[in-house]
Write a protein that binds this ligand. Structure first.
Ligand code: BT5
Length: 243
């Protein structure tokens, strides 16, 4: 087990700070299997194997990003906890960087069509680990992200304080987790996907339609082009531009 360089406490959260970790999610999943209590947080300056959904890579050069995972156990509803994370990160980015963001289903933070942050929830040993990667201070993006990503500093026009963003995020997360079912409405209010024409991409196929609603468990309701209403629980969604 790697050793944290520092441990701090913020409200209900006990934060393990790492200079380098393979993945903050992987670390907390292992802690979860060992029975660690709710509230453990892992933060890393750099990840050597940062991951997205479906084993995709999460890119973040050293010091460029907020890389944080939170271990939860008593979350009443996993879908709701993941929505809480999206809402909390959006609030924190607004408060600390002054940048207005939207959510793209299921849980990307976007500025227009550009991705500012992503969230990955995974389970192990009765624990739910919710990880967030947020681009805080980037000078430039690698070619594969140049057209699709953005960062807080690029939107704000100034360097953004990553530690302040961490504190704001955890404070907002505690509030959002305590908000119960109200978090679903807060999530809907921020969800740029609602009312949009979308392409839904799943391993078993792709379809287009209009995103009409979000169920209380976070599933996206899409009316496809044949008029059939479909409920989507795991997929990639592309916001289409109607010309
Ligand atoms: C996500 O996956 O967006 C979830 C990302 C979660 C990362 C955090 S960091 C802390 C914690 N520990 C981990 O190991 N992971 C979590 P997904 O929706 O699958 O998006 C992944 C895709 O986003 C990649 O295939 C790239 O196209 C793109 N991408 C990768 N790095 C990016 C970045 N820094 N900014 C914007 N887009 C990026």
């Amino acid at each position: 087990m790697p050793a944290p360089v520092r441990i701090s406490q913020l409200g209900r959260f006990r934060i393990h700070h790492f200079a380098e970790l393979d993945s903050t999610n992987r670390y907390l999943l292992e802690e979860g299997r060992r029975g660690v209590a709710e509230g453990l947080v892992a933060v890393a300056d750099v990840q050597t194997a940062g991951r997205g959904r479906l084993d995709r890579r999460w890119e973040a050069p050293p010091g460029s990003s907020l890389l944080v995972s939170v271990l939860l156990r008593s979350a009443p509803e996993p879908g709701r906890a993941v929505m809480a994370a999206g809402v909390a990160l959006a609030r924190a980015v607004g408060d600390v960087a002054g940048v207005a963001t939207g959510l793209k289903w299921p849980n990307d933070l976007v500025v227009g069509d550009r991705k500012l942050a992503g969230i990955l929830a995974e389970r192990a040993g009765g624990a739910l680990v919710v990880g967030a990667g947020c681009n805080v201070n980037w000078n430039s993006f690698p070619p594969e992200l140049a057209a699709t990503a953005t960062a807080c500093n690029l939107e704000a026009g100034r360097v953004v304080d990553g530690d302040a963003l961490l504190r704001a995020y955890l404070g907002a997360l505690a509030q959002a987790l305590d908000a119960g079912a109200a978090v679903v409405d807060a999530y809907r209010a921020r969800l740029a996907t609602l009312g949009r024409r979308v392409r839904v991409e799943r391993p078993d196929g792709t379809f287009e339609g209009e995103a009409t609603a979000v169920a209380d468990d976070g599933a996206l309701v899409v009316r496809d082009n044949t008029g059939t209403v479909r409920t989507v629980t795991a997929a990639d969604v592309v916001h289409l531009h109607v010309t």
